[in-house]
Design a protein around this ligand. Structure first.
Ligand code: HEC
Ligand code: HEC
Ligand code: HEC
Length: 464
């Protein structure tokens, strides 16, 4: 009996000592440090770059059997989710961290998922204690306030991952007028049949609702057309990000053989020069006349006016509590709970990072059709293996109007798209009511263009 008591006391003391030591080695960084240095210290101590780096500092036991395999698997999965190298560099040098990175770090901090339990059990200084947690969350609040909040949301929602669209951006009205005319002008295409508006109709959600768009002579493209509305808020343009700006984007379709099919911009210039009155107006704004540069500049200026502010959700964020229903509020909570707002974040709920389709389950294996060049996504541009099947995350503004969904148009309804996101990105099969709830939230994202709530004159596909 006595012996057992002794053993118990001994064990208890060992536990107490362990807890004390654990506390001692796992202190939060000093509050004296600037906030970014505190965050850097937490990331260093958290071993975050052991797993989330393209050149990970692999621990010595990574060659051991079993444990080694776990480390390799963890690193692979971790890097699929987020590469923290660049984020780490930005934070260290006091530069803003990206909105997506912050949303992801915020989510994993609140959920207490990082670093993984098996890691923090071995690396005692790594786990995120409540003191570290408050530092990280405070840092995110201040970063968002300084760098990303446009001051449109009510104070209550100032730190939400989603923020309202501004009513207007600064533009040059003369250029806008020319850009608008060009946007709707079929003379931009080789046979005078196709304009930008053919595939990006403003009364059809800024898309054509076709799986693949039809260009000159009925030629089909290889990816689904994204919306032009709010495209100015994308960090780059196209699914694979191959155009850095709207003007560079606008140079694409005129020369694309499956879109407007011109041999060169000179073909367009020749056609436009025949129009004396338009040419005169153009020369007033662009004294050097028509060129690829001036034409695309005008179109890009016009696209900056294609904003859809004041969706019901934005009115809610701006402080009108009754703008959305309790069920729709619940939908937004569900959307955040399932990590949707980590990739679909910011003013347009996306358009800010390249992400892998099929993080957890293999999307392309299930699709059952052959891989196309377009399926490579960002890899097409970079040839970096990690970029294969990574796409610019589509924004979700007006998403109720922009069916079908995904780069390959495989999802005909919003319900399908949400279910697929659950399965492929998270490995979760949503219940019907969860799907309906998130869709009800997304329906509140339809905004106003020139004062009128957007609608779509095309027939919406039926639910299966
Ligand atoms: C032992 C390797 C390892 C370490 C160390 C690690 N992570 Fe992770 N991390 C992972 C893995 C594996 C996943 C994917 C987890 C999943 O899908 O369940 C992940 C996912 C994430 C995600 C995506 C969102 C999420 O919660 O799933 C974020 C953000 C993240 N980690 C941040 C961090 C930060 C910050 C640290 C340091 C405090 C860290 N990680 C340390 C392995 C690691
Ligand atoms: C034949 C149909 C077609 C025509 C004509 C067309 N587009 Fe597109 N547009 C698309 C498709 C398809 C994509 C996606 C291509 C990709 O990502 O590789 C796209 C992409 C875009 C994007 C990028 C949006 C995003 O989220 O990445 C913008 C902006 C855009 N088009 C504007 C224009 C403008 C401006 C014109 C006229 C100069 C134009 N489009 C002409 C079909 C068309
Ligand atoms: C890891 C990043 C990530 C997460 C998390 C994520 N998405 Fe996505 N989402 C994407 C990418 C990438 C695409 C484009 C996929 C493609 O086209 O192949 C996409 C596409 C979509 C689309 C289709 C949009 C369109 O115009 O085609 C919807 C709707 C959507 N996601 C909703 C959600 C919802 C709801 C959740 C949460 C359950 C979620 N997403 C979670 C990255 C993510």
């Amino acid at each position: 009996m006595k012996k057992i008591t002794q053993i118990i006391v001994l064990l208890l003391s060992v536990v107490v000592v362990m807890v004390v030591v654990y506390r001692l080695v796992n202190t939060a960084p000093s509050k004296e440090l600037p906030i970014n240095k505190q965050v850097v210290t937490i990331i260093d101590n958290g071993g975050c770059l052991t797993c989330h780096s393209t050149s990970p500092k692999v621990p010595f036991y990574s060659t051991w059997p079993i444990i080694g395999k776990m480390v390799v698997e963890d690193t692979k999965m971790a890097l699929k989710q987020i590469d923290l190298d660049e984020v780490y560099m930005s934070i260290s040098s006091g530069q803003p961290a990206g909105e997506v990175a912050m949303a992801k770090i915020e989510k994993s901090t609140i959920d207490g998922t990082m670093p993984p339990r098996n890691f923090s059990m071995v690396h005692w200084g790594s786990s995120i204690t409540s003191a570290k947690k408050s530092i990280l969350l405070e840092w995110i609040v201040s970063e968002r306030a300084t760098n990303y909040n446009l001051g449109l949301s009510s104070p209550e929602f100032a730190n939400e991952p989603v923020q309202p669209i501004p009513a207007a951006l600064k533009t040059d009205p003369d250029k806008v007028a020319l850009g608008k005319a060009l946007y709707n002008d079929t003379r931009l295409s080789s046979d005078n049949t196709v304009s930008c508006a053919t595939c990006h109709g403003l009364n059809t959600g800024g898309v054509d609702n076709d799986s693949f768009s039809e260009g000159v002579g009925g030629a089909l493209g290889g990816v689904n057309a994204p919306t032009v509305y709010n495209s100015v808020f994308n960090f780059v343009q196209f699914w694979d990000g191959r155009a850095a700006t709207l003007a560079l984007q606008a140079a694409g379709p005129p020369l694309n053989p499956v879109e407007m099919a011109n041999k060169s911009f000179d073909d367009i210039v020749i056609r436009l020069l025949k129009d004396r009155s338009f040419t005169a107006s153009f020369l007033k704004v662009y004294p050097h006349g028509y060129s690829e540069e001036t034409i695309t500049d005008a179109i890009a200026e016009y696209e900056k006016t294609l904003l859809t502010p004041d969706s019901r959700f934005d009115l809610y964020l701006k402080g009108d509590d009754s703008a959305i229903t309790p069920a729709e509020k619940e939908g937004y909570r569900t959307f955040k709970k399932y990590e949707c707002a980590t990739c679909h974040t910011g003013v347009i709920l996306g358009g800010q990072s390249y992400e892998l389709i099929g993080l957890v389950n293999d999307y392309f294996a299930d699709r059952g059709t052959e891989l196309t060049v377009e399926d490579n996504g960002r890899f097409k541009e970079t040839s970096i293996e990690r970029d294969r099947h990574r796409f610019k995350v589509p924004g979700l503004r007006n998403v109720a109007l922009t069916w079908p969904y995904f780069h390959d148009a495989t999802q005909s309804t919003l319900e399908d798209a949400v279910r697929a996101m659950g399965h492929y990105q998270l490995g979760i099969e949503f219940t019907d009511s969860e799907v309906a709830s998130m869709v009800s939230f997304m329906n509140t994202l339809t905004g106003k263009f020139e004062g009128e709530t957007l609608t779509n004159t095309n027939q919406k596909p039926e639910l299966k």
